[in-house]
Each structure stands twice: as structure tokens, then as C-alpha cells.
Design a protein around this ligand. Structure first.
Ligand code: F6R
Length: 615
């Protein structure tokens, strides 16, 4: 959460680079935004505004935006309400230092008290202001360089941070550091960029350095970049990598919203996800499994950890791994796992699923699992993010940047990779026959076309959405592989339309939620023609007999539901294990159109952020 950008380079270019960068990072938070610029004569100008980056732009354009050095921030509020005062950058009492921060300073109240005793006064309610005052205090009292003051201050800080600091009077230096929050440095020609991820940097340079945990960097005009370890001050190796992102990937490509674009690009993203992973004989080839055969052969249990939509993918992953690998599987919320004293040893495999690769709880869960000796495998989207860099091995879903805050294409990418992973492990352990693998991979190879076919439901779903836009509650029901699909459908609706929705295993409904059903509460029932179809029919009857409206997602050609449900949406028939990928498409569209009908901002729903880097 929160996005930071920084720039040191060409005359008066900082402001444009920073504003553009903030717009690309808005998915990380949009409660407020701010920018600090140092002009060539050393003046420090700070502009801040509550709300979106566009508000900041309007406000800042009335002031001084000159300078070749600057830092900027878009906020997802943790400490203190979203307003101008709590917006970053925060400036020290002396007016000398400005700082932006992504993360949480856990011991901020102790530090704040000590600083108050030294005569410091605070304007905001944020933990970040404490950090800039602490650096200022050390800088003045120890008469040391800014770099040394930052390092000293960070040694006193507990928590997570990615920070960037500039100093009044010095238009030639930018100091940055990170611990548990991401930071990327872009190395251009006579200019350097810093950002929470590669998106503000793409288009300027493709040379990047991923700052490692507990490292800080000093970026100075006409001097080589220096990276040191925060604790020892020892120089670190500078590892320049290629940024594999394009500007086109970050634009809406003719769609009204990123979410709709991302829903419609799923045929293409799953093509990318599958590329090179299925051999001509139908076998699955995943390098992460091939290179760690012993671990997968000797494993006695697999635990999947994730949050949110990725956790729903994990629930489906459990079914896939059980079915294809015949191995005990558990699924845990990362936030519960990390504090749940998990019993693990070197025969355990932990699979962490995360689109962003930066989710704080998932990152902490994998660090704990590795400490306990488990082999940790990552399933992530963002290349080079913290989770893939902190796992023993893994598989990228390769679905391209997901910018809409509600996850869509990442979910289907995660399900695709989990299917491949379960097949790869199953074939390695001899738990599944070649024919069984081929049956699934044949269908997987067709999945991009099957999704193209599925997307033809768009107009029907858009029409249906009009009937249900003003419902206050929804129930989503599914069984077996599609119980987690129901959870995901409900989450999509909740997060972008703010309608209360519950996902439930269809048969569990009669143990409580059935009491909620009346004519005002529609149910969306995921009922493809699978092994549990006959069972779910009776669950649909139970809803209908209480007067509830039913929208059923059924397999094409199955007309038996038409007499029972109020509305049927047909999806192509696929093997049972792949039905969640296909069934989630109409659910994404339904949530999308209901939110649009209600006039909601689907790409940036209230209170949410794309990358949850705080606990
Ligand atoms: C919902 C959504 C969130 C994320 C969750 C985990 O649409 O996007 O629930 O799935 O915050 O994020 P990642 O996958 O980045 O770890």
C-alpha cells in the first residue's frame, strides 16, 4: 500500500516524471498524494492534496514545480485519516528534510515521545512524520551526512519501510532505503528513477536494480550509485536487471476501465501463462518442479498460504493437488498462518500465492515457513517482487500487470498455474496416469479459445445486471471445485459495488443462511454439469421454494436448470477441474456491470489498494 516515486536527473523534469509515476502507482492507494521538489538553487517546495493524484496536479500547478530532483507519494491511509496534513511528503521541523514512506513504523509512539522531549512538535498523526523528525534530529545533533543520519535512524526503527529523502539546499542527492516494502531503482542516461515497482519507470529506462531488504542507496548527480547494507554500512553488489514491461501493457487499450480490459484480455493472458509449459506429448513441464524433484517426491504435506482472491485460488489449488497428487493439503490465510505456530519440517512444502508478490502477511508467512525448514514455492505475477525473491523456487503466472484493484486475470492465471503445478507434481509422484494428465492438458491448451467463447455472455450478463443492481444482499453458492468460485464471485461484487454478498458451499446454506432468503435476496448458483450437479439442483430448489431469485451458471447445452432457475448463463463445458476458470468469467462481468450501473469507480474502489504491504 502507498506508492512512492523519486527522480534525480534533467532540469525541471522531476515534476512530470513524478506525477506520471504517481498515476501509475495509484492502484496502491488513492487517499492523498504529494510531491516535494528541490529547485536548482536548493529551495524545497512541497505540494499535497487529499484524494487522487489529479487533485494534487490541480493544486501543484498553481505553485512552483521546478526542479531536477523530487520525491512523491500516493497514500493508502494507515495512521491518521486521509487529509492534506497526513499526506506525504512529510517535512522535518527544521524545514530541511522531506520524506516519503511506504510501510509502517511500529515503534513510532516511543520514538515520537523521545523526540517531543527533545523539543520536536508534530503536525500530522502519521508514523512517517516521526521518521523524518528522527533523521533530522540525528542529522543536526551528530553533524553527520544525510546518508549517515538516515542509516542511524533506520537502525532505531522497527517495522516496514521503503523511503526516499531529499534535503533543502542539495539539488543533487536522493537517499532511499527499504525493509519489507519494495523499492526499484531505474538507471537511465543521466537520470535515476526510484519507485515502489517498475510501472513508473517503464518508458524511461529498462535497466533496474531491485533494492534488497535492509539496503539503502545514495543517488548523487555525476557520481556512481552506492548501495550499502543498513546495519553494517558494507557496500552491496549492484545487480542491474532488465525491466520486462511495456507502456502498452499499462494502458486501457480502448476499454473504459482497466477491470474490463483485464477481463477481456484473459484469453491472451492465459495463452502467455501456458506458453512452453505443456510438452507435445501432453506432459507438464514446470522448471520449478523439474529442478526440485527431491523436494516434491519426498513431501509429506503441502500447505497453501495466501490472502483474498489468491486465497480463493488456493482453495481450488487444494482440490487440484489432492486429486492429482494424492497428498494431504491444507490451506491457510497467510495472516493466520504466520501467528498460528505452524508445525513444519523439511518434508513440508508451502506454496505461497500472490499476484503482487508483495503482500505483507504472505511474505511473513513464507519467511516463517523457511525458518522452520519447509521448502517454499511461490506463485506470483509481478516479476522480481519480494515474494518470488524470497521463495526457494516458483512459477510466475505471466498475465501482465493487473491494474484494476479487483483481481480478475490474475485469479484465472493462478488457477491455470495451480492446475499445471498439481499435474506436474502428480506425474512426478506417479499419482496420475499419462492419459489423465493429457486429458486435462488437452483442455488447458484450448482454454484461451474457451474463454473467448465464454466472454460472449457479456451482453446477457450486462442485461441481467440491470435487474439486480439495487439488491442489498446476494448469496453466491457452489459445490466442490466451485465452492471457492462462489466465494470469489461474492468478493468481486462486494469490493467494487459495495453490495453485501456471501459465498457459501451450496449444501451448507440450509444450516443457517437459508434464513436470509426472500424475494429481495438473489442467489447466484454455480452449477456446471459436473459430478455434483444433481446435488446442487436440490440446493437450487431450496432457494426457489423460499421465494429467492436464482441466476444459475450452467454448462452449455444443459437445459434442465431452465425450469427451476430464473435466469441461466451458459458457459462452455470443460473438465470439472477447469470449471472455476470458466465460471469465474460471468461472475467477474456481473460484479463489473452492477458496479458500473451504480456509478462506482471499479478500478479504484473505496478503502482498497492493490498491493497490501501492511499487516
Ligand atoms: C481482490 C483482491 C485482493 C487480493 C489480496 C491478495 O480482488 O485483489 O483480495 O487478492 O489482497 O493480494 P496478492 O495476490 O497480491 O497477494
Amino acid at each position: 500500500m502507498c506508492g512512492i516515486v523519486g527522480y534525480l536527473g534533467k532540469p525541471d523534469r522531476a515534476y512530470d516524471v513524478l506525477i506520471r509515476g504517481l498515476k501509475r502507482l495509484e492502484y496502491r492507494g488513492y487517499d492523498s498524494a504529494g510531491v516535494a521538489l528541490v529547485t536548482d538553487d536548493g529551495t524545497l517546495n512541497v505540494h499535497k492534496a487529499q484524494g487522487k493524484v489529479s487533485n494534487l496536479e490541480q493544486k501543484a500547478s498553481l505553485g512552483d514545480t521546478r526542479g531536477a530532483l523530487g520525491i512523491a507519494h500516493t497514500r493508502w491511509a494507515t495512521h491518521g485519516e486521509p487529509n492534506d496534513i497526513n499526506a506525504h511528503p512529510h517535512v522535518s521541523q527544521s524545514g530541511d528534510l522531506a520524506l516519503v514512506h511506504n510501510g509502517t513504523i511500529e515503534n513510532y509512539s516511543v520514538l515520537k515521545q523521545a523526540l517531543i522531549e527533545h523539543g520536536y512538535e508534530f503536525k500530522s498523526e502519521t508514523d512517517t512524520e516521526v521518521l523524518v523528525q528522527l533523521i533530522d534530529y540525528i542529522h543536526r545533533n551528530n553533524h553527520c551526512s544525510l546518508e549517515e543520519a538516515v542509516r542511524e535512524a533506520l537502525l532505531q526503527v522497527e517495522g516496514a519501510y521503503a523511503i526516499a529523502v531529499v534535503e533543502r539546499g542539495n539539488p543533487d542527492r536522493l537517499v532511499v532505503a527499504r525493509k519489507s516494502s519494495p523499492l526499484v531503482i531505474g538507471v537511465g542516461d543521466g537520470e535515476t528513477f526510484i519507485a515502489s515497482d517498475g510501472t513508473p519507470i517503464v518508458g524511461y529506462t529498462d535497466k533496474v536494480i531491485y533494492l534488497k531488504d535492509n539496503e539503502m542507496a545514495v543517488i548523487e548527480r555525476d557520481k556512481p550509485l552506492r548501495i550499502v547494507a543498513i546495519d553494517s554500512n558494507a557496500p552491496s553488489e549492484i545487480d542491474i536487471q532488465e525491466l520486462k514491461l511495456s507502456v502498452a501493457q499499462l494502458e486501457k487499450g480502448g476499454y473504459d476501465t482497466f477491470m474490463l480490459k483485464e477481463i477481456f484480455e484473459q484469453p491472451e493472458t492465459l495463452r502467455d501463462c501456458l506458453r512452453g509449459r505443456i510438452a507435445s506429448d501432453g506432459r507438464v513441464v514446470l522448471m520449478g518442479v523439474e529442478m526440485n524433484k527431491d523436494k516434491f517426491l519426498n513431501a509429506k504435506r503441502i500447505t497453501l498460504v495466501a490472502c483474498g482472491t489468491s486465497w480463493h485460488a488456493a482453495l481450488i489449488g487444494k482440490r487440484l493437488l489432492q486429486d492429482f497428487c494424492k497428498i494431504p493439503v491444507e490451506v491457510e490465510y497467510a495472516s493466520e498462518f504466520r501467528y498460528g505456530n505452524p508445525v513444519l519440517d523439511d518434508k513440508d512444502i508451502v506454496i505461497a500465492i500472490s499476484q503482487s508478490g508483495e503482500t505483507a502477511d504472505t511474505l511473513a508467512a513464507i519467511q516463517l515457513a523457511r525458518q522452520k525448514g519447509a521448502f517454499v514455492y511461490g506463485v506470483s505475477n509481478v516479476v522480481g517482487a519480494s515474494i518470488p525473491r524470497n521463495t526457494d523456487s516458483g512459477t510466475y503466472i505471466h498475465v501482465g500487470p493487473e491494474i484494476g484493484v479487483a483481481s480478475t486475470k490474475a485469479f484465472t492465471g493462478q488457477l491455470t498455474v495451480l492446475t499445471l503445478l498439481a499435474l506436474a507434481i502428480g506425474q512426478l509422484r506417479g499419482a496420475i496416469t499419462k492419459e489423465q494428465v493429457k486429458q486435462v492438458t488437452d483442455a488447458l491448451k484450448e482454454i484461451p479459445e474457451t474463454i473467448e467463447e465464454t466472454l460472449k455472455v457479456n451482453d446477457k450478463v450486462e442485461d441481467l445486471s440491470k435487474i439486480f443492481t439495487y439488491a442489498h444482499n446476494f448469496l453466491y453458492l457452489g459445490r466442490g471445485y466451485n465452492y471457492p468460485t462462489a466465494l470469489e464471485g461474492a468478493l468481486k461484487l462486494k469490493e467494487i459495488s459495495y453490495i453485501h454478498a456471501e459465498g457459501y458451499p451450496a449444501a451448507e446454506m440450509k444450516h443457517g443462511p437459508i434464513a436470509l432468503i426472500d424475494a429481495e435476496m438473489p442467489s447466484v448458483i454455480i452449477a456446471p454439469s459436473d459430478s455434483l450437479y444433481d446435488k446442487i439442483i436440490s440446493n437450487v430448489q431450496q432457494v426457489k421454494s423460499r421465494g429467492g431469485a436464482v441466476v444459475a451458471i450452467v454448462s452449455k447445452g444443459n437445459h434442465s436448470m431452465e425450469d427451476i432457475a430464473d435466469h441461466c448463463i451458459e458457459i462452455p463445458a470443460v473438465p470439472e477441474c477447469l470449471t472455476p476458470i470458466i465460471a469465474s468469467i460471468p461472475l467477474q462481468l456481473m460484479a463489473y456491470y452492477i458496479a458500473v450501473n451504480k456509478g462506482k469507480n471499479v478500478d479504484q474502489p473505496r478503502n482498497l489498494a492493490k498491493s497490501v504491504t501492511v499487516e
